[in-house]
Design a protein around this ligand. Structure first.
Ligand code: DAH
Length: 340
């Protein structure tokens, strides 16, 4: 019986040494020390022992049990520590790894340019005015000196909702709406950005595009004020060396009228493909507010004068960034938009 106990102790030690997990140790404990385990089974034979032998064998069995339990506890502690270390090693966080990129979006080139235009004029004391995109024939045409049969209407064919209501073709109606609200107070100094609509669609025209209107009305406003203001604007927008050129033109709501060019932003004026080898780029229309427009808006054209101008934001944006197709501005292709 003693031999059997010794053998059991040795085997248990061996198995514990080889055990690789706490689960295996538990299994060993049950198999050797459990109620139906090997030790119990051996001790069942105690009845056949002599009276002197019984306590000795009993003591030996207890010692072996204690030794195995002690070893189980020690081994289990070692294994748990090892497992924890391994876990810490495997799960360690590399703080130098690049993080998840959060897609933040950006500003549309048209908005970048519009904001620049607004800031230039806000700096000159202008305020920002707005008008409706669905406009009446009166404000879009008639009040601007374009009666129903006027030939200049042909250039601005638009989307009519009824005979008298249409999608505005220009931001110029905001001139009249603003003056009506302000008259007879002076001065009037506004810019009016917004969407306009025309029956046009090609690489340089879109059925919807954006304009910024400008209007300054006061006593003794002259064409020189207009020239100075727009020359300053061009230098701020396109660079200090930018020159401006005024060519005589016609708009029904200004007299005299001009088309304004800037020295080519690509070649600086020597001539290139962008400026069709002229050295100049047209950027806007302008002029002195027609007396009739002042009158219908509530001002006495004997007392006050004013200048006005209107530019296309898409065109300015295309010139500024060298974009050769307007449709790129509306397609929302990320490869395009991410460049701004
Ligand atoms: N409204 C004109 C257009 O859309 C642009 C324009 C020209 C606006 C001359 C003005 C101006 O205020 O004075 O073509």
């Amino acid at each position: 019986m003693k031999d059997k106990l010794h053998e059991l102790g040795a085997r248990a030690r061996e198995e514990m040494a080889e055990a690789g997990s706490p689960e295996e140790l538990d299994e060993i404990r049950i198999r050797f020390l459990g109620k139906k385990g090997e030790l119990t089974r051996i001790l069942r034979g105690m009845g056949g022992l002599s009276a002197e032998e019984r306590p000795r064998v009993g003591k030996m069995a207890n010692e072996i049990r204690a030794a195995i339990e002690k070893e189980l506890t020690a081994k289990s502690a070692i294994l748990k520590k090892l497992i924890k270390e391994q876990m810490l090693h495997n799960e360690k966080i590399d703080v130098t790894l690049p993080g998840t990129v959060v897609w933040r979006g950006g500003r549309h080139p048209l908005n970048i340019v519009l904001e620049e235009i607004e800031n230039i004029f806000l700096g000159l004391g202008y305020t920002i005015a707005e008008g409706p995109e669905i406009e009446t024939d009166y404000y879009n045409f008639e009040a601007l000196n374009l009666p129903k049969d006027h030939p200049a209407r042909d250039m601005q064919d638009t989307f009519f909702i009824s005979n008298e209501i249409l999608l505005r073709t220009q931001t110029s109606p905001v001139q009249v709406r603003t003056m009506e609200k302000t008259a007879p107070k002076l001065p009037v100094k506004i810019i009016a950005p917004g969407k306009v609509y025309r029956r046009d669609d090609d690489a340089t025209h879109s059925p919807m595009f954006n304009q910024v209107e400008g209007l300054a009305v006061d006593q003794r406003i002259t064409f020189s004020d207009l020239k100075g203001t727009l020359a300053y604007f061009a230098r701020e927008m396109f660079g200090k060396k930018t020159k401006t050129r005024f060519r005589p033109s016609y708009f029904p709501f200004t007299e005299p009228s001009a088309e304004v060019d800037v020295s080519c932003v690509i070649c600086g004026g020597t001539g290139c493909r962008v400026c069709s080898h002229t050295g100049w780029l047209e950027i806007l229309g302008a002029g002195m507010v027609h007396p009739r427009v002042l009158e219908v808006s509530g001002y006495n054209s004997e007392d006050v004068t004013g200048f006005a101008f209107g530019m296309g934001i898409e065109r300015i944006t295309m010139l500024k960034y060298g974009i050769d197709d307007m449709r790129l501005l509306f397609e929302n292709d990320l490869r395009f938009l991410q460049q701004f």
